[in-house]
Design a protein around this ligand. Sequence first.
Ligand SMILES: [Mn+2]
Length: 435
Amino acid sequence: MVLDAIMCMDDELENIEDIENILGAKSKIKIIRAMINAEDAPISIHYVSDMAEVAYSVAYRDIHLLKDSGFVVDDGGKYRVNRSHSLYLKIAGLFSQEEHTEGISISNRQRKDIAKIWEEVGNHEKAQIIMHHNADPDAIGSAVGLALLLKKRGLRVTVSAPLGISKQGRRVLEKFAFHVREEVEKNPSLVFIVDSSSSEQVGELAFRTDPKIVLIDHHQRGNLAKDADFTLVDTDAHSCAILVYRMIVCLGIPVVSHAAPFILCGIVADTAFLRIACKEDIDAVDELLNYVELSEIFDALSVKEDISERIAKLKVMRRVELYRIRDLIVAFSRAGSFESRAAVHIIRVGADVAVVFNVKKDEIRISARVRKYLSSDIDLVKMLKKAEPLIDGSVGGHAGAASANGRNPNRVNEVRKVILKSFEKRANSVSKLIK
Ligand SMILES: [Mn+2]
């Protein structure tokens, strides 16, 4: 009777999790696994409960339920799996597929997706890989890793960024020397799209042929997933590069030494320099660091700002006006552009609250930031709201990062006073630190 549900869904069973979902209890899976591992030998309930690491009472209950459904047979007070049961081969097959490779666990569903893609690759002589607009290190890491994998299979591969490459991306390509083109092949037979979910991200692809499309991505499924012929999509993956790494591991193709710097750049960049990395990411990094130094990766990902950006930041610092309210440092400044980035910069240098004005002839933009640990305490949206009538405009954003736009640029001094007044609750004296 427990297996009735499995029977109904026989065609859809792809992995152990599917059976778990139907049975609803992990204990039954453990028991079936223990009994299949015992092969033909009839075993006692005690033995099953030991092997499956479940309580005796649970083993007793589950074995009797499994017996009722015919999957387990009573053999003189001991029990064994019924090998002639219609689901036996299917379930035993699923268990034998559970395996781990080099610390990376790849689900059966993904193994199947990878196998299907690899089978299709065998029908082609060349491949076109496409990255999203302003291609970042993860797009590049996955595209190059994939390119090396396909080249090893004997395909001619073109990697293209039709809508440009980010500054960081360009640095990765220069440092580790890989050539990416802007143009996309007109007559491809096989196209891979990486790290993208919607067609807007890759632009219009005017193929003259009707190529097979393969999508490899870690974002929520968008229209690209719908239109693709094959997909390898895992929205839990932190990077697209780790999906390509899974492909390499799963297929056992020896390209890791060449692909390592690129895949590492993708993993490191998309995990915010490993701050949000999971065990799988760290295991992959551990393996890949056999081929390249981590400092090389960090160096490739650190982008030097151009001179105009640095001058703009320094000018903003020169115009800073500081106020001290007990232990709080509040900074005001002016910028001709990039006021939000200027506010972030002032916080980084040491202020607790930064407000930057961009005053134009008949327009004003205000950007405010607060140090992260204070954002539950200080609500910048509320703070700027009080200035709305003064600037004849409106406020948007979040407690920790807000901005305001207005049509009246002439009352900046009053705006500053209103903002400082909002800190009065904290202290009865506000002292200006530096003129
Ligand atoms: Mn990504």
